[in-house]
Design a protein around this ligand. Structure first.
Ligand code: ATP
Ligand code: MG
Length: 392
């Protein structure tokens, strides 16, 4: 085990004033949850605006870093050496030993930055910078100090303990899950909705999800794909309760009774209505979709207006202004892309009209929907009642 401890840095939650402790506690809770998924025992502690993870057993470094990189709210992960305050010559020797173990290469530019929270320590930060820098220069004849563009920094913090680190790994950023309520994600098997869920979760929002399934028109494999996507998003957001709604009867009724160029819009309106009902029943205070303006006929401003009007809850569409390539880049980054492009059809792709309306008029759409009046309420009730729940 190379590192006994990690220093985790966080940014935005440091600005929350009196509520700061709530954000820190939520962050510590999330860190513990993520560490449960890896082998080993860890203690997560908060101290003077710092969060430390201390390993209490052997662990796999890559696995732990991978887990910590998925915790929203963490901006940097610094594997470090931590030791009790000690006489100055011992402190310098410890630091040099650590730098040697971190950097077997001989030629590099470096910079030392010491911070002294414990002002009673008999040396100032500048003195420590100069002395430790001198020790490194002596030990590595080919290295040099580079204050502008160093290959690495040697960070030293003098607190109750001494922290030393030279590696800073970027964290996921954002806000800790659980600090911003819960929202219902409309999750299809496509590229966009998993990315949308990730983006909202990143702001501290807990996720629940709903998938509209239309067997036998959509296969078990299509459903499995959505489960897999939910699991992948859950590696960041924490466990997701996925509702699978059987949408077949509703879709067939729309297909039979409504104009075909309005199929997608009307179908989307029923998805939103059902999603809102599930949201209300499960303490979700918003809906999330992967819509992006103009991407397809059902996502023009006219279409979005007409899908929006059927629900009262706010609908969050975090990729609304993104180009497809930008969404793809994010989906590759978060690891959902390969699953999203598997070829299994979803219900939107089966019941699509050849020439869908791009400028639906809400009055026309409402009057088309009236043709469903006799059957639709019962169908919606049945679909909601038969909601299948899969924890992902
Ligand atoms: P995605 O890549 O997310 O599937 P898309 O480009 O295929 O999006 P649409 O099919 O128009 O776009 O769907 C728009 C949004 O509606 C999706 O991002 C998703 O939030 C929701 N949605 C569409 N189909 C389903 C479904 N079968 N189950 C749940 N949500 C869906
Ligand atoms: Mg889709």
């Amino acid at each position: 085990m190379k590192y006994q401890s990690f220093l985790l840095k966080y940014a935005e939650i440091g600005t929350k004033g009196k509520n700061r402790y709530m954000f820190e506690d939520a962050l510590m809770h999330q860190i513990r949850e993520h560490l449960k998924k890896v082998d080993g025992e860890f203690a997560v502690q908060k101290e003077q605006g710092r969060i430390y993870v201390n390993a209490l057993s052997e662990y796999d470094y890559d696995e732990v870093v991978e887990a910590l990189r998925k915790v929203f709210g963490v901006t940097a992960i610094c594997p470090m050496l931590q030791f009790p305050l000690c006489p100055y010559d011992e402190l310098r020797a410890e630091i040099l030993k650590f730098v040697k173990s971190e950097h077997p290469e001989q030629e590099f530019g470096f910079k030392v930055r010491c911070r002294r929270a414990d002002k009673s320590y008999p040396k100032t930060s500048d003195e420590i910078n100069a002395d430790v820098g001198g020790d490194i220069l002596d030990a590595y004849p080919e290295c040099h100090v580079d204050v502008h563009d160093p290959d690495f920094m040697v960070y030293i913090e003098i607190r109750k303990m001494v922290n030393v680190y030279t590696t800073v790994i970027a964290g996921a950023g954002g806000m800790p899950i659980g600090t911003n309520g819960k929202a219902m994600l409309l999750l299809s098997g496509g590229i966009d909705s998993p990315v949308a869920g990730y983006m909202i979760a990143k702001r501290g929002v807990m996720l629940e999800a709903v998938y509209f399934h239309a067997p036998p028109y959509t296969s078990e494999r299509a459903k499995q794909k959505v489960v897999d996507l939910a699991k992948q998003v859950a590696t960041y957001s924490g466990a997701i309760k996925l509702h699978v709604i059987n949408f077949t009867d509703i879709q067939l009724a729309i297909y039979e009774k409504c104009p075909h160029d309005e199929l997608t819009i009307i179908m989307r309106r029923y998805m939103m209505r059902i999603a809102e009902r599930l949201a209300n029943a499960n303490d979700c205070i918003g809906l999330i979709t992967g819509e992006s303006i103009g991407q397809v006929a059902s996502q023009t401003l006219f279409s979005l207006r007409s899908t929006d009007e059927v629900c009262e809850l706010p609908v969050y569409r975090p990729v609304i202004g993104f180009d497809k390539q930008e969404i793809i880049n994010l989906s590759e980054k978060i690891g959902t892309f390969e699953t999203s492009i598997l070829p299994y059809e979803d219900c939107c792709t089966i019941f699509v009209a050849k020439h869908p309306v791009t400028k639906p008029n809400v009055h026309v759409i409402r009057s088309s929907e009236r043709k469903l009046a006799e059957v639709i309420d019962e169908m919606v009730e049945k679909a909601v009642a038969e909601d299948e729940i899969i924890w992902c």
